[in-house]
Write a protein that binds this ligand. Sequence first.
Ligand code: ADP
Length: 613
Amino acid sequence: MLLVLPTAVLGGLLWRQLEEDHQTLMAAAPGDTADAARRLLDALEHRVRDLVDREGLRPFYHYKKSYFPPGTIGSDLAFVPSPLATGPAPEGIQAWFTYSFGSRGVPDTEIFAGGRDRDPAWPDRHAALESATVALALHDRGENWFSRIARLGAVRVDLLPLPVAAVNASQEQDIDCMRSELHALKELQDESQDVQVFSFHLRFYREEDGTPRVVASRRVIIESNKRLRGMPSCFENLAWGMHQVQGFFIDPDWLFARLPATLANQVLDPSQEFVAAGTGPSGAQLLGGRSKHQAGAVGAEIRPVKELGLETYAPEDENFGRMRVMVDTGDLEARFRSQTLHFLGLAAMLVFSLGTGLALLLRSVRRDLEAAQRTENFVAAVTHELRTPLSAIRMHGEMLQDGWVKDDSKRQEYYRRIVRETDRLETLVERVLEKSRLSTGDARPEPGDLNEIVEGLGPALLGTGTEQPARDVVFDLAPDLPETLIVPDGVRSIVTNLVENARKYAPVREDVPGAEPIRVVTLRVDGEPALEVRDRGPGIPREEHAHIFDAFYRVGNETTRTSKGTGLGLHLVALHCRAMGARIQALDREGGGTVFRVTFRRAGGEERLTQAS
Ligand code: ADP
């Protein structure tokens, strides 16, 4: 109880804790995904803003193949190749563009590859981007002024030396013209020119064929400057002011798939999964069609187009590139199931070990109790066995001493009784001593003739030569027994004990005609030499067979038993057998009675064993 109760209580508490943890996790899953989705969106927004901010810092004149940097005006015009043309392009940018409308109303566009023009796929991409830019220009031009104003955003005014602004704003490709006018420009060096650069505006739309476009665009305005009127043609356009749209195309695949996937790796928990719709035309369906997460999955959705604040032309475009943060509650369930199994396994093991422990404890307690009971029985038996002869000796002795016995033959009879009782006492003491000797001794069996030893016991057992030799025991010895490993005294003790027991528990009724005597037999059992003592007594109940060789064990109860004994006889037999490496068995005899069989080892067998080893 001391062990089981705390274990059960502890187990119950642990189980409850496990269940509660699981429920908490399950309940937290939707909230967790919403948080994770927010973190992911924040990260995405941060990266896009970062890209746009950095692009916003570019001076307007980077949007040319080469430009004239401020502060370098000298004897010549030193043009520097624009980073937009040479690259490298920041990740996510497909290309830069500019457009403006000349007097003819046809958009004047230019695309900057950012160094990608060496790519074999570039000509195709360039053509697509070029037509996208023309379409964009025409779209913007067709819009009402309100939409255009709404797109303008914050303005930054860059103050540039007039010659720098003039050269860079010039649409003229003829550098010679500019060079020839260098001196005129130098005179204007102290004059400055305002350049209004508006902030980038982001929009998402689909072209007619469905191609998604993410466009960042800004306006650059240089007001007309009268100082430049009358200048050579290569500068003249600035005299009328400049109005240009600059911008870049953001790769939709990067924005809606690659970038969020990378960010998801950084911001999501391992239990959460990022699912992007992709940017193909079937993107939206793809999201709905995922099979892994259909059952037991909770998720939070991100609509990047809407949530990043991209302008759209059509409401359904707001759904483009939807993505989800999923958590598979199936995983949680599976984890809970495996934890439950673990727990149950552990509990089963605990119950098993507790059960085994208790069983072992009970067995050992029972054994101890049995041993104590046997010792008690022994003490009772020994006391009894000691007392009976002692009181008989004392009684007969006193009677003789006091001269009460007058009859001579009676006196002789008393003397005989005293001697017999003394023998009994001696036997008892010897048995106890023999037991302790055998328990500690190390007798070594040696090859010998079993028949010879058994035969030698005949006179003592039968009282041969006395007035009344016993006829209740017959010897039946097999003639050709092999040499046997024996300890002669051990064999004598075995035979004597077994015959004594047979006489005690299965006495031969000599008055009954045809009564079968006790048989002492030597024979071969499976080739091995063996000895049997057979009687026609009441037999020994099967359930007692396992116990009768235990020390002090006696069948039945000490108080109800009629025969005298100490429970040591068969124990001594078993100890002798063990010392010789022999095997003792109690068997039911056919037709009634008991057979005690001792199977010895052949001497040759041991030699063979020794040689083999
Ligand atoms: P003891 O004879 O001193 O009681 P043993 O160890 O010699 O002790 O025998 C143990 C028990 O086995 C006896 O109490 C007896 O009940 C039973 N027993 C021994 N030999 C025989 C036999 N030949 N027939 C029936 N019972 C026997």
